[in-house]
Design a protein around this ligand. Structure first.
Ligand SMILES: Nc1nc2c(ncn2[C@@H]2O[C@H](COP(=O)(O)OP(=O)(O)O)[C@@H](O)[C@H]2O)c(=O)[nH]1
Ligand SMILES: [Mg+2]
Length: 336
């Protein structure tokens, strides 16, 4: 997952480290005159002393080159421009300063700055189990997004995830538009032993979802997950359908699903859906097939809504709650 971005970020940390250390040498006071009979300080020990024990002065020009390299790496890996700007801005703010006390090593300082920058754009995350625990039942979750990105698979994975964590679940087969969609979700649900409410192909999705919520209330079900079609005859139609579903279902959470592999397109679409129908959280699928990670880095900052889960494969267990700290450890390398 995100291997390309990860190796770039790990190399760039070294470039930052080298640039800062080179700058530090320039700022270093002259070595003390050798004491007769004592071995003179070596160049290496002078740098070490300076880096480990002294205040380090880093100016913007000292790190211009690694900053440019970082910016290029972010953009090449499909990080959105404003998100890349935010990361670069944070790095500058954090590294450039008149007197920085360096307690440990340059590497730790650089890793800390990068970690801080990424955490800032990723936001706080969202704990789905804590949310359901704290919320009045049934918790109603509506899934939106374009076709083929993995909505139905993701709903089934989420249902499985909630179920193995002790919550009861019902699915609403709200994609009544695409031939085969109802059978697809019903078959997954059957394999997992999860109830699904379905109507005929071509029927009104709002009615299916209404029935699903009624079923949940009547049976004390914890979580309702409603599928929707990602395509209608036209965009206006899709949006008015989703509006109607929202009115009928009154969802607690609208989760927008898109695929990490779509990179910046996913970010643009997420923004579009958020503006048109509203979004509370995002699930990014196919992270297992995405070496770039740009969508995962950019989406929360761009639309101001957290990522809830990552999809990491085609199996029912291939779903991971998105924890910003864990992703950042993975990308930057764990400290220590
Ligand atoms: N590799 C991978 N494939 C996925 C993931 N999520 C979904 N898919 C695949 O994407 C394709 C479309 O999924 P589907 O759920 O039908 O998409 P929908 O049209 O949005 O409902 C299927 O072949 C899924 O197996 C994922 O996290 N990783
Ligand atoms: Mg589907």
């Amino acid at each position: 997952m995100f291997e390309g971005l990860k190796s770039k970020l790990q190399n760039i940390q070294k470039t930052f480290g080298r640039s800062i250390e080179a700058a530090a040498v320039v700022e270093a006071p002259a070595a003390p005159a050798p004491i007769p009979g004592k071995k003179p300080d070596t160049f290496v020990s002078r740098v070490k002393n300076l880096v480990i024990e002294r205040e380090l002065i880093v100016s913007e020009k000292d790190i211009n080159e690694p900053l440019a390299e970082l910016e290029m790496a972010l953009l090449e890996n499909d990080v959105a421009l404003d998100v890349s700007d935010a990361i670069i801005g944070y790095m500058k703010e954090n590294l450039v300063g008149s007197h920085r006390k360096i307690g440990t090593s340059v590497d730790t300082v650089v890793a800390g700055a990068l970690r801080g920058a990424l955490l800032q754009v990723l936001g706080e995350g969202f704990d789905p189990l804590a949310y359901v625990r704290a919320h009045e039942r049934p918790v109603k979750i509506l899934i939106t997004g374009v076709n083929g990105t993995g909505k139905t698979t993701s709903i089934v994975k989420m249902a499985h995830y909630f179920k193995i964590n002790g919550f009861s679940v019902v699915l609403g087969a709200g994609d009544t538009f695409r031939a085969g969609a109802i059978e697809q979700i019903a078959e997954h649900a059957r394999r997992l032993g999860i109830k699904v409410i379905q109507h005929q192909e071509g029927s009104d999705p709002a009615a299916v979802i209404y029935d699903t919520v009624e079923y949940a209330k009547a049976h004390n079900i914890d979580v309702v997950l409603a599928d929707t079609a990602g395509r209608f005859h036209n965009r206006k139609n899709l949006m008015s359908q989703l509006d109607k579903i929202r009115r009928v279902m009154k969802p607690d959470l609208v989760v927008y699903v898109d695929e990490a592999v779509a990179g910046n397109d996913a970010v643009v679409r997420a923004k579009d859906f958020n503006d048109l129908v509203g979004t509370d959280a995002v699930m990014l699928t196919k992270a297992d097939m995405d070496p770039r990670g740009g969508a995962a880095i950019s989406i929360a900052h761009t639309i101001g809504k957290p990522i809830l889960f990552l999809g990491t494969g085609q199996g029912y267990d291939d779903i991971v709650p998105f924890r910003p700290e864990t992703i950042v450890d993975e990308l930057v390398g764990v400290e220590g």
